[in-house]
Write a protein that binds this ligand. Sequence first.
Ligand SMILES: [Zn+2]
Length: 417
Amino acid sequence: MYSILDNYRAVFSSQWWEPERIKRMQERKLVRLVQHAYTTVPYYRKLFDQAGISPSTIATLNDLQRIPVSTKQTLIQQDPNELISSRFKRAELQHDSSSGSSGTPFSVYLDKDYVLNRNMRFLRGLMATGYRLGDRLLLITDRHGGSGKSWLRWEKASPEEPADRLLERIEAFRPSVLYGSGTPLRQLAGKILDTGQALDFLKSVVWTAETLDERTRQRLERTFKAKVFDFYGLTEMGLVAWECQAHDGYHVSDDSIIVDYLPISDSGGTLRMAMTNLNLYSMPLIRYDSGDLAALQAAEPCVCGRGLSRLERVEGRVVDTIKLRSGASISPYSFICQLEILEGLERFQILQDTYDHIRVSIQSAPGAQAHLDRDIRKIVQGIVGTQLDVTFQYHETLPSEGNGKFRAVQSLVEQGK
Ligand SMILES: [Zn+2]
């Protein structure tokens, strides 16, 4: 198991290593994790036995690909005792839960060493945005438990708080870094524009939990007078990928997570991510399919000098691909990348409710509706062709979901029906 120093070293130094050296570390960790999972976790023992895999034959990243993928849906259906390592006592583990696509939460049980690794990775992501220890940080989140250490100068606010109240807190606390999910940040920006207040103390704004489009990024940067950094994380993996100051793709936490990219029956470079958490021993997750989609960045090194690999972007969730009767599916990003650049389009949401129909909801700037209507129809029809009926609706304000998150493209239709 790992000490604080090992964790610190692994996370903060290894980001600057050559990719080859990072890969060797991944493989060393993988060998140990696979042995551990096979000998102490009933679920993995069965999975390996059924697939005819001996753990001693898994030594490289290529070997890893022989291990069957486990979807979140499969794991949700297991008894937690099947997933938790017999080396740990459940009562001593930190319990957390991640939302399932069907609404059933997925319970994860985290050991202390892992939590330390996860926190270090979060800190590393923050420091890449310009945050330094001692800086004030305001987290608009329900997460990050009660671990707030006073010397850290971190404060938490709830995403449920109304934007005017949040703005008051921000002005009183004067954080250097503001962290939050998309919906509260967007509402806050709206409030700042309404009141004409200027914030001059922010170094950076960290956006998380929702897909960030280019238009929104630019609007937030103008409003907050600070650079926006996008973080992609999962409860069960911690911070997976994050932007450095180059804003040229997302660095993957390769030191702690191996991401396998699996093609989906579609087009244009969209891949599902299956992740192996190299530090989580209490409840190992090996080739865990999170249900999220990404596109890979070309392999040349980032100008920042980090050796960590990069995603070009995170594209949303596989359940939100738009499904066609032919069996093909369209990545949420196909719509986002074409619509986000339209002048006067403030927000949009595309919802597939049946196999034959999508609804496009639009929030437009005053006076923009006429030209938008023409452009949006052309773009959407260009993507879906004649395979789907499309209804267009205009709204004053598009609502978020109950959990305060907003998904620009959403599908209620299951794959392969
Ligand atoms: Zn970089």
